[in-house]
Structures are given as C-alpha cells and as structure tokens.
Ligand binder design. Structure first.
Ligand SMILES: Cc1ncc(COP(=O)(O)O)c(C=O)c1O
Length: 377
C-alpha cells in the first residue's frame, strides 16, 4: 500500500470501541477502574489516552517505525530527546539548527554540563574532526532552516556508527512522506507536527519515533515524567490533518518548485535557495535521500527597501512565523526565527536582512505568481 492509503486505512482510524469512523476525542483525564490492583490499558491521560494512542499509531506508519510518541510541541519532542544525554556528554548540531533547538542547546544543556558544537554539516570532514572523546550524539537537520543547506544523512549515520554515536534527525521540512531518516540509518527522528503533518496552522505538536526499544522506553518515561504528551483535542486535530497530508504536500511542493524557478529568473531577486534547483550546491545529495525539494524555499531580494515593499504589497501569503500550513506563509528569518542570534552569528550563517523564507500553501499557482509579481514590481 502507498503511504497515502496507509494514512487513511493502515492503522486504527476506526474507533475500536464504537466503530466511529473518526477516532473520538477521549476528553478525559482519568479512567474508571473495575477492581483493586488492576493494570488497565488506560489509567491517566498523561500516561496514555486512546485518541493520543491512535495518533501514535499514525506516527508509526508515517515514520515506518516500531515506536512513536506524540509530544505537546516540536520543541517538547526535541528537548525530551536531548535529555537522553548525560552530564559530561558532547553533542554536534548543524550551524544553522532551528533557533529553539539552538537556544535549548546553549541556554539549558550547559546547566546539565552538556556541551554542544555547531558545525557546517555539509562537510563530513568537519564533523569527523570535531568528534571528541565525550561526543555522544550527532543531530541532523536537512534541508536546513532557512537556507535549505543539505547534509548527507547516509554518510553521517555511517560516520556515527564508526564512533558509536547516536543520531537524531529533525525531519520537519521534508516530513517522512518524502525523506525517511530511520530508513537511512538514523536512530531517532523528531518532527514538529505543528507544520506539514497537521497542516492547518491551528495546532502546536511534535513527534519522536525510533526502532530502538530501549531508546523508546527512555523517551516514554520522559514523556510521562516531563509531562509533555500532546493533548487530546490537539491529537484529534492532527489525526484529521494527517489524512490529507499527501494531497496538501503534493500541491504545496508543486507550487514551491514553480515559484523557485520563477524567482530565480526575476531581476529583483539576488538568489533563490531551493534544494532541487540545479544551482543548489548539494542538489544531488538531496536527490539521493529525498523524493522532491519540499514546500519551503528562501530568497534574497536586491535591497531592504524591496523587501519592505514586498511584504507590504503582497496580498495572498500571510506574513508570519511558522511554515507547513495550507496557506502560503512568508517570514523574515533575521527578525523572526533567527532574531535570537547576534548580527555576527546571522552573518556567519548567511541569514541576511534581505532574506525571506516562503512556505508554499495550496493556493492556485496562477494567483500566487500574480501576487508575487505585483508585490515585487
Ligand atoms: C525545523 C523545526 N524544528 C522544530 C521546530 C519547533 O517546533 P514547535 O514550534 O512545534 O515546537 C520548528 C518550528 O518552527 C522548526 O522549524
């Protein structure tokens, strides 16, 4: 079965208790027990709930994994996974890792005596040279945010195997519909379900998935003890969003590809960043591990004045933080996702003031192109 069929029929999408064609919201914190000393399947919603479990079955299908966990945000999933590290450990992140992960690594992990390095992960040599005696984890994010830099998942996992390191991949941009980190050798995949999986800009959620039982057991304990399980209502919304994920993403990706090509020929655009454009330095690496370029692109306009006019004049996209919704979302990394970095750090990463990121929605492409063209001119 194809993944779109699987996401509609390949896990308990029918409620096993009532036959309802949509898993109900089991909106309860606790469950009645019949006798003393029972170990019921469900006892308290922070430990598990049938609506959340249904979503976790869906996560397993999507990720092609043995185990899946739903968290209250992408950051809850990421921070729980990073808490697998112990005092004295060292972890390697991409230089342009998502801002929240960067903040957690620089402002929270040091409290637990956990050290982090931020590297250009498109270079395998750089990674290998920076592996220390205490390195325990390599954290991958490809394509990266916002410049869509690509790192080679297979080669990084092979390197990690050589040094017996754990690998984690944040797969939020591509999702496992189009890039399957676990199949490429990664130990744990994390994704913000706030983005393409839910897809309607109305839920904050995250997932972690793995094929390793012992890692799952540790993460399950964290989910329970840090208390970051996804709520019932949000799990239900994500379950609903997931059913149309394939259709939505197909259209968004088609739009992104057309817009990337259109912008790369426009006189007011300095540079376009999109992983399947031939001018992308690592487009061949991306093609070996992903089925397409995804629905996110970024571009530099010729001046700050053009940027301001563009944001003011565009009518269809919303100008906001986030990505992965059915509507096109334009954001300004320098003042949004990367505002917590110093100007020098942004400069080092290539996040200029004239850079915009666009997460393409499912609008009619002719309307989007017309709107972009008018706003640029
Ligand atoms: C790549 C990436 N990872 C993780 C996150 C965090 O997700 P959440 O906002 O659901 O916590 C984001 C949010 O923008 C993101 O872009």
């Amino acid at each position: 079965m194809g993944i779109n069929t699987e996401l509609l029929h390949g896990y308990p999408v029918i409620d096993p208790y009532t036959g309802a064609s949509s898993i109900p919201k089991y909106q309860t914190s606790t469950f009645n027990q019949q006798s003393v000393g029972e170990s019921p399947e469900y006892s308290y919603t922070r430990f598990g709930n049938p609506t959340v479990s249904a979503l976790e079955e869906g996560i397993k299908k999507l990720e092609n994994s043995e185990y899946g966990l739903a968290f209250s945000s992408g950051m809850a999933a990421i921070s729980n996974v990073l808490m697998l590290l112990k005092s004295g450990d060292h972890v390697i992140f991409p230089l342009e890792v998502y801002g929240g992960t960067c903040q957690f690594a620089t402002q929270v992990l040091p409290n637990y005596n956990i050290e982090a390095s931020f590297l250009d992960m498109s270079s395998l040599d750089t990674i290998e040279r920076n592996i220390q005696k205490n390195t325990k984890m390599i954290y991958i994010e490809t394509p990266s945010n916002p410049l869509l830099k690509v790192s080679d998942i297979r080669k990084i996992t092979a390197l990690a195997d050589k040094y017996n390191l754990l690998t984690v991949a944040d797969n939020t941009f591509m999702t496992s519909l189009y890039q399957k980190p676990l199949d490429l050798g990664v130990d744990i995949v994390v994704e913000s379900m706030t983005k393409f999986i839910n897809g309607h800009s109305d839920v904050v959620g995250g997932l972690a998935a793995t094929n390793n039982k012992s890692l799952y057991e540790k993460l399950f304990l964290f989910q329970k003890n840090f208390g970051g399980i996804l709520g019932v209502e949000d799990s239900w919304l994500v379950l609903r969003g997931m059913k149309t994920m394939g259709l939505r993403m197909e259209k968004s990706i088609q739009n992104a590809k057309i817009i990337a090509e259109f912008l790369s020929k426009h006189s007011k655009i300095k540079k376009v960043f999109y992983p399947t454009l031939t001018e992308h330095k690592d487009s061949s690496v991306h093609a070996q591990q992903s089925e397409n370029g995804g629905a996110v692109l970024s571009f530099e306009v010729n001046s700050e004045d053009i940027l301001k006019q563009f944001i003011k004049k565009m009518k269809i996209p919303i100008y906001a933080v986030s990505l992965g919704g059915v509507e096109t979302i334009v954001s300004h990394p320098a003042t949004m996702s990367h505002a917590c970095l110093t100007p020098e750090e942004r400069e080092e990463q290539g996040v200029t003031n004239t850079l915009l990121r666009m997460s393409c929605g499912i609008e009619d492409i002719k309307d989007l192109l017309l709107d972009i063209e008018k706003a640029l001119n």
